[in-house]
Design a protein around this ligand. Structure first.
Ligand code: NIG
Ligand code: FE
Length: 414
């Protein structure tokens, strides 16, 4: 058995009470100003004040001592929503948006998501893998030790499976834990422009069973939006995914309030994501149903839209998580520190709430809270050392990364 003692650190962590942290509990952070954490075989076995941890270790041999030099220690970030498996950037489209064209209008003209679909169709598994790995490793250097990656730029069985195979290969290569999500209903392909229902039939009868049979994704997602998929189409697809044992989630109420949040509540989704336009009543429905709100402030930033109403959600006991949405269109960043900074400065979230959102609650909305998302004994030793005194440094030292060291299973990976 190998043992490692991290000491001389200012520890900040949410505490896992067996469910996502909602309401006041979202700001419940355990803090040890002079803390220590014992790792045995890559798992956390003790955490506490340094003096208490040392006392409890009397007569025990510790293989390695790591002096954290008073840095702040937090759990590794869990990024619960990314589209980082793509073939090419869309910088010219960014310029079009700066010139005033709306994101959904670009999609309507065959650009946006559909231009990434063209790129993925031409790419090999190997090319997708290499590109995706580059983004995953960038995220790792910024403190993301677990992440979700979606398909959704294939839109047919062959290319969706190609993406999921590339994501699977990334998962086997990177030190991070990767959760794959099937997003075959991300946009309506040109050939089905006038008949999206038939496309949803194809997703349900052909793509979804193939994905499930091959075991390449554990979650299923859909983009419900004006001009993309309706709530009824979402209900049809996600019910079928649930029957196959998959966890379900929804790109909900991103631009228009279609009622995606209510559908997430109705289906008992693991999360509803975006929610920039979600209404009060549906926020309450989600809270009652125990759905986590995955908020993506870098998307609001890049689309120049009002931010999701995190304050309203937390005050109504809806657990809030934070994600990058890393994709070549609406939010091109791998940086959880950037997202946390936006949440603290533009969404009225406290540093404590944002920390819980980026670790524990995002672990719940990705189905991995049993092994990560907090520094509780029994979980993986996935942790970060920040150049700063507290998690507030993530917002305070803007535009750079205060993440000084990244440990996965207790091993230094950055
Ligand atoms: O979450 N809204 C839909 N999907 C992504 C954007 C994907 C893209 O533009 O390539 C999102 O914002
Ligand atoms: Fe997304």
């Amino acid at each position: 058995m190998s043992s490692k003692l991290f000491h001389n650190c200012r520890i900040y962590t949410p505490v896992d009470k067996g469910e996502p942290a909602a309401g006041m509990a979202q700001s419940n952070i355990t803090h040890y100003n002079q803390g220590a954490l014992l790792v045995e075989n890559g798992m956390i076995s003790k955490i506490g004040a340094e003096s208490d941890v040392l006392k409890s270790l009397q007569n025990r041999t510790i293989d390695q001592f790591i002096d954290c030099k008073s840095r702040c220690m937090i759990p590794g970030f869990v990024d619960p929503h990314t589209h980082m498996c793509f073939a090419a950037e869309r910088e010219s489209e960014f310029q079009m948006r700066l010139d005033g064209m709306a994101y959904l209008d670009i999609l309507k003209r065959g650009g946006g998501i559909l231009s990434s679909v063209d790129g993925v169709k031409k790419a090999t598994v190997e090319e997708l893998y290499e590109n995706c790995l580059k983004h995953a490793l960038k995220a790792l250097s910024l403190g993301t030790t677990t992440l979700e990656i979606k398909s959704g730029y294939g839109l047919d069985t062959e290319n969706e499976l190609k993406m999921l195979r590339a994501i699977g290969k990334v998962s086997r290569t990177t030190p991070q834990d990767v959760v794959a999500t099937f997003l075959g209903a991300h946009a309506v392909p040109a050939a089905y422009k006038d008949d999206p229902d038939t496309f949803i039939d194809l997703v349900i009868t052909e793509m979804l069973p193939a994905v499930s049979r091959q075991g390449v994704a554990t979650q299923c997602d859909i983009f419900c939006e004006k001009g993309v998929f309706t709530i009824d189409q979402g209900r049809r697809l996600l019910r079928a995914a649930k029957e196959l044992g998959m966890a379900v989630k929804i790109h909900a109420d991103e631009v228009h309030d279609l009622g995606g949040a209510a559908l997430a509540a109705e289906l008992g989704a693991i999360s509803a994501d975006h929610l920039l336009a979600a209404n009060d009543e549906n926020i309450i429905k989600m809270a009652r149903a125990g759905v986590v709100a995955n908020l993506l402030p870098a998307t609001a930033y890049s689309l120049k839209k009002p931010y999701a109403r995190a304050r309203k959600m937390i005050d109504n006991r809806l657990p809030v998580a934070l994600a990058t949405d890393c994709n070549p269109g609406s939010s091109y960043t791998e940086s959880m520190p950037f997202v946390i900074g936006l949440a603290i400065l533009n969404m009225e979230m406290s540093p404590a709430e944002a920390l819980t959102a980026a670790t524990l609650n995002s672990a719940y909305s990705t189905g991995v809270a049993d092994r990560c998302g907090s520094l509780d004994p029994g979980k993986q030793a996935d942790l970060l050392l920040l150049d700063g005194e507290s998690p507030a440094i993530l917002a305070y030292h803007a535009g750079v990364s205060p993440v000084a060291r990244v440990y996965k299973h207790g091993e230094k990976v950055c």
